[in-house]
Design a protein around this ligand. Sequence first.
Ligand SMILES: [Zn+2]
Length: 60
Amino acid sequence: MVDKEAARTVTGWLRLADRVAGVKPVEGRCDRCGATGYLSQTNKESLCAGCYLDGDAETS
Ligand SMILES: [Zn+2]
């Protein structure tokens, strides 16, 4: 479970981490929930912060 406030916080972390790593930020539509925003690229999907965390939790 990731509420909107937590997702926004995580998005901030991801954005910062990517900036530090020199990765170009990816903005677009989440492959899982369809939300538009900052995405984390996995090996097969582009996920928003909330789905990215949910996915990690479900697969563990
Ligand atoms: Zn999503």
